[in-house]
Ligand binder design. Structure first.
Ligand code: SF4
Length: 344
């Protein structure tokens, strides 16, 4: 363990996808879903990653989990470059970071009993090889997430959505990970179930010393749970900083829309330009929607500016915002390289 380093550092992550169409001799068209995204997550810290549908949140989560290789950039976990690992070396690290998926209905095998689902990662990683001690551990895990050891032999279909999400969380924490990546974990739950799951995450951070990348469009829940927040628009982080500072005093016009609650719900159609490549001019991707555009917005790409080393924004701010200065090369695109101080 390297306590001097953030637990996770994403450095200039980009991910491109081939677009369908074009003949075999035609030049392939590429879509840049994520572009030069950098952030870090400290130990026992929650980073909220917010943005509308199609902004690249899930792609980032999948890259952090090494379910999807980045086209460019690095992911350092506890100082180890995950992007350089494969095979056994990657598997050895993988138990240290786990994912909680959005859809508790689709992420559980309907034919497996709860005990089998939760013990599967223990078997894969060779933890608790003795079946009786493994069973005891599964019982403890179920109780940890608010289920009962009596639920072990039940099937996922016998549970509500919240119950299934608890099973998914029990599976995710089975090997004692240091980082959870939760991708819209409450999007398919009702308000009360969602609040219970959020409280469970909060307890895992506070009591079990886990860190959390909380990917969500639910601004009130992000405000409640996250120490810091990074706002994503069309694959780029456009604003970041301590959650309350960013949401109470947003500087980027897009963040202002989010904070005012005018973000489209998850699953709604993304804007037609979401996820597409920036224009050839490199001008601000938010320009067509911006109600505060300045003359310089039509002339030059937005600069990345910082204030007090903890906040960053990608925008031509109005003149007079003298406390903001261009990000130095060392932290360019790295809004969260400052060691985090958990606020909880
Ligand atoms: Fe609006 Fe200009 Fe800022 Fe883009 S750079 S968000 S167009 S003010």
């Amino acid at each position: 363990m390297r306590p001097d380093l953030p637990l996770l550092q994403a450095e200039s992550l980009s991910r491109e996808f081939d677009l369908p169409g074009g003949g075999i001799f035609a030049r392939k068209r590429r879509l840049e879903a994520v572009s030069e995204v950098s952030f870090s997550i400290g130990r026992q810290e929650v980073l909220g990653l917010v943005g509308e549908s199609g902004s690249g949140k899930t792609t980032i989560g999948r890259m952090v989990m090494r379910l999807l290789p980045p086209t460019r950039g690095r992911i350092l976990f506890d100082g180890v470059d995950l992007t350089a690992l494969s095979g056994r070396a990657l598997r050895a690290q993988r138990r240290r970071f786990q994912m909680v998926f959005q859809d508790p209905y689709a992420s559980l095998n309907p034919r497996m009993r709860v005990r089998e689902i939760v013990e599967e990662p223990l078997v894969v990683h060779g933890i608790e090889p003795d079946s009786s001690s493994r069973r005891d551990r599964v019982a403890r895990l179920l109780e940890r997430v608010g289920l009962s050891s009596r639920d072990m032999e039940r099937l996922p279909r016998e549970f509500s959505g919240g119950g299934r999400q608890r099973i998914g969380i029990a599976r995710a924490i089975a090997c004692g990970p240091e980082l959870l990546v939760a991708d819209e974990p409450i999007a398919s739950l009702d308000l009360s179930m969602g609040a219970q799951i959020i409280n469970l995450f909060s307890s895992l951070v506070d009591t079990d010393a886990m860190s959390l990348l909380f990917i969500s469009h639910d601004i009130p829940m992000v405000r409640y749970l996250s120490d810091r927040v990074a706002v994503l628009y069309r694959g780029r982080i456009v604003e970041s900083g301590p959650t309350r500072d960013v949401l109470d005093d947003p500087r980027h016009p897009y963040t202002r829309l989010l904070a005012e609650g005018t973000l489209p719900e998850a699953g709604e159609a993304a804007p037609s330009n979401a996820g597409s490549e920036p224009g050839p001019t490199g001008l601000c991707a938010f320009l067509p929607r911006c109600d505060r555009a300045l003359p310089e917005c039509r002339l030059a790409p937005p600069p990345r500016l910082s204030e007090g080393e903890v906040r960053e924004v990608l925008c031509h701010l109005p003149r007079g915002e003298s406390s903001w200065s261009p990000v130095t090369l060392l932290s360019q695109g790295s809004p969260s390289d400052v060691p985090a101080t958990p606020s909880r």
